[in-house]
Structure formats: C-alpha cells, structure tokens
Design a protein around this ligand. Sequence first.
Ligand SMILES: Cc1cc2nc3c(=O)[nH]c(=O)nc-3n(C[C@H](O)[C@H](O)[C@H](O)COP(=O)(O)OP(=O)(O)OC[C@H]3O[C@@H](n4cnc5c(N)ncnc54)[C@H](O)[C@@H]3O)c2cc1C
Length: 434
Amino acid sequence: MTPPATTKHAEVLIVGAGPAGLAAAGAAAKAGAQVTVLDDNAGAGGQIWRGDVSGRVPARDGARDRMLEEFRESNATLLSGRRVIDAPGPRTLRAFIEEMGSIESFTWERLILATGARERLLPFPGWTLPGVFGAGGLQALVKGGYSVAGKRVAVAGSGPLLLAVAAHLEQYGAMVVTVAEQAGLRSIVPFAARLWSHPKKLLQAVRYRAELHEVGYRTGCWPVAAEGEEKLTAVRLTDGKAVWSEPCDLLACGFHLVPNTELALMLGCELSDGCVAVDRRQRTSLEDVYCAGEPAGIAGLDAALVQGRIAGLEAANRGEEAKALYKRRDREREFGKGLDRAFAPREELRFLARAETIVCRCEDVRYGQLQDRQSWTDAKVQTRCGMGPCQGRICGPTVETLFGWRNISVRPPLFPVPVSALIDCARESSSKIA
Ligand SMILES: Cc1cc2nc3c(=O)[nH]c(=O)nc-3n(C[C@H](O)[C@H](O)[C@H](O)COP(=O)(O)OP(=O)(O)OC[C@H]3O[C@@H](n4cnc5c(N)ncnc54)[C@H](O)[C@@H]3O)c2cc1C
C-alpha cells in the first residue's frame, strides 16, 4: 500500500543535485543554513557527474571529487529519487518518490532552482529508428550499463557535448566513426580563439581531440537522414554540397542544450530569452527564489558551480561574501553567450523533416500535421503535439526551432505520476482540512 503523503520543512530547499545544486548546498550549509536537496536521480552529480554502474573506475576529476567531498562534509541533506512535480501553494513543493509510489510535500523559506538542462533534438527522416539516440542520452545509458563495446557509433549534432560524448563512448569500447558538428568553421573559430582565456576548457578540448585523434571531426556537417529498415544501418550526412552515407550501428545525435525552466515557469518566475531571468545575486523575479546553473543559461560546468555558490550564500544571508564571485560568474556567463552564438542551429536544420516525419513522439504527430498550424496552442489543440507523457519537454524546443512557437504553459504534474499517488496525496490534504 502507498504510504501517506508527508510534509517536511527546509530553511533552504534546493531542486537539483547537479554541480549547481551541490555548490549551492555546500555554500549555504557551511554558512549555517539548514539545507535539503531534492533530485530525481539515484545519487548526486547531475548530468556530468552521473554515477556509473558499469564497475569501471571513473577517471580522476578534481572538481567532482572536491564538490562531492564538500557536500558530504556539510550538514546538507540529500533526498534522491524525488522528482518535483508540483507547487500546490505558497512556498510549497510536491515531489514524487518513485521507489515508494508516494508523494511528499516540502515547505521552504528560500528556494534554489538548479534543475539543469536537456538536449535539443531535431527531427529528420529516420530519427525515430531503433539505434538513434540523443548524444547525452546514449552517454547516460552507457553509464547505466548499456554496452557499446565494438559498436560503430556516429556522433552528430552540435555543441561541445558531442566531443565529450564521443570520447566517453570510445573509452567504453565503441568505435566512433565520425563526429559531425553542424556549426561551420566561421562560427566555431572565433569561439575557439576565445578559449585562450579559459585555459581549463581549452585543455579539456585538446584532451578530447587527442583521445579522438583517429576520428574525423567535421564542422559544417549535419545529418539529413537515418537509414535502415527495422533499425539504423547508416546515417546520411551532408556538408551542404555533397551527401554521403556513413555506416554505423548507433547514432548519437543532439543539437546543443536547452534549459529546464518548467518548474520555474510553474512557480511564476519570469523568463528572459528562454532562460530563467536572474539578477546579479542569482535572484529570480520571485521573492526568496534563486536560480543557478543551466536553467539560467547554458554555460557549462564552471558557470554552474560559481552560480550555485552565489545562490547558496545569498540564500544563507551571506550575500556580501558572494560579491567576490561576481566577476568569475560574469566571465562564465559571457562564455555561455559565446556557446549560444557558436552552436546556434543553422537554418537548413529547420527543413530536414518530411511531411511524414514524426515530430512529437509521445503523440505520433507528424511534421505535415504541424505545417499549417499558427501557434503552439493551435498545434496542441488540433494535433495533441506536446500533450503526451513528456509534456512537450522534447518536442517543445524542437517545435520552437522549426516554427518559432514557444511553449510557456506548464501544468502540474510536471512529470507523469501514477493516479494512485495523486489520490493518496489528495486524501491526505483533505483530511488535514477536515
Ligand atoms: C544529457 C547531458 C549530458 C551531459 N554530459 C556532459 C559531459 O559529459 N561533460 C560536460 O562537460 N558537460 C555535460 N553536460 C553539460 C553539464 O550538464 C553542464 O555543463 C553543467 O554541469 C550543468 O550543471 P547543473 O547543475 O546546472 O545541471 P545538471 O547537472 O543537469 O543537474 C540538474 C539536476 O536536477 C535534476 N532535476 C531537474 N528537474 C528536477 C525535478 N523537477 N525534480 C527533481 N530533480 C530535478 C536533474 O535530474 C539533475 O540531476 C551534459 C548535459 C546534458 C543535458
């Protein structure tokens, strides 16, 4: 039987135990605040430091080890396996605990949103074939035990994540046959030139290239189709002049990242340019709600860490100390803007889908059904695009890239939840009222 819903209180509640959330928790707890962190994964680390169940000893990573150590030594409490699904009242969040099948409520005095980002997926003929994965999605599956040993993998799309994923897959025994970056040299060179002022990132890029020295890295090259009958056998690539097929068993394909802003939107935080709007103190437009890391703009690990620290100190009423970090944060934010410019999707990617190509996978909505729609709402009402279990999380950013419609309506629950858990939760709430 599902246990009854419960309510817990946190002085500082943090959603997300990725680098931003951990940095915020460490800083706030060290400053004396009572901190609780909720995350839907099984452990701390977020996307980049996701736990690896393969038994392989992970490579040394100073930033990760320091951060996890600091977090362990702090008094912050991590509640894993909690997925925040709703904000039912003032200063209250609800989280679904998958393992228990129940819902837990949390009240907070200060809230930090550190919900990270996800990949942007764009449709092209064949992209729903078995064997085609999101690039970061495949990386996560491999960390979860999926074997790519001996498999030919093509990596395509856009952004620095492609190199990270390709290097990671090679370490796990895959044969990466190509890395195809849609951005052209003209956008990448100015970005790469500025890496001199970020030596750590430059070193990482050089390391990835060294690890992938036998793999071709093509810029200005993008997928136009995934080929195969029952499953993927090759990816068709183009550089805008020629089109050729690259035989492969798996295609890892993602077009940079999009911020996870749904919870912020549900709470009523203002957005700016698709990201949660924050001021110098990482404050959102809502009182006592802060945001750190990728929801405030895609800018990488260092940005997530420094923003997290600022938000944590602010939430623990140590704003004066946070001022020393502003300069570093601003530099990382500039880096993020450079990323957005360098890896912006090229116009051609908007026209890869054919009429029969599926755009919304949850509801099987095809490109041809969307072409004559006027807006996201019109598309939803007429086709059910974005109304399936992912609630537009995947097809929302896709549709925005293809048609320019932005999905800003968010409804609870943010993620699918069994009806039994919702009923138990409602019972608990009504018994309190009675
Ligand atoms: C799929 C993927 C793979 C990546 N791999 C790499 C890599 O290999 N190398 C690299 O340099 N960068 C990688 N990145 C980029 C990296 O994640 C960022 O640079 C940075 O580390 C982000 O930190 P963050 O704390 O802002 O977000 P994340 O690390 O994304 O942490 C956010 C956390 O919040 C949790 N969360 C979100 N919503 C909820 C909710 N409603 N309830 C509960 N928990 C929630 C998420 O599950 C996650 O654990 C990857 C990004 C993605 C999307």
